[in-house]
Unconditional design. Structure first.
Length: 98
């Protein structure tokens, strides 16, 4: 009996190997918390679906808080992030209604 992909190196690894297996599979990523069962990763409300009106500004401030060039820029961005989170929690969300 011949291998599925052909004889010798002509088809080996293409159809009967890893690439052939991947062609028959639906590849998807699965992410789960792995350390402590009581600690859960939460997505901030401004960027949960449906994304709030200030979602883009929230992400901009978050990136600036983490990667800002100066300490002052980072602190200002951190204040903006905290302000948006408290506004989001107090108002229940700034989502558009149709």
């Amino acid at each position: 009996s011949l291998p599925f992909g052909g004889v010798k190196h002509s088809g080996f690894g293409r159809f009967g190997g890893v690439e052939g297996l991947r062609a028959c599979c639906l590849v998807k990523s699965v992410v789960e918390d792995r350390w402590w069962p009581l600690i859960k990763t939460k997505i901030p409300k401004p960027i949960q679906y449906p994304v709030a009106e200030n979602g883009f500004e929230f992400q901009e401030s978050l990136v600036e808080a983490l990667y800002g060039l100066s300490i002052w820029d980072r602190l200002q961005a951190l204040v903006n992030v905290l302000k948006m989170l408290t506004e989001q929690n107090s108002t229940g969300g700034n989502k558009k209604e149709k």
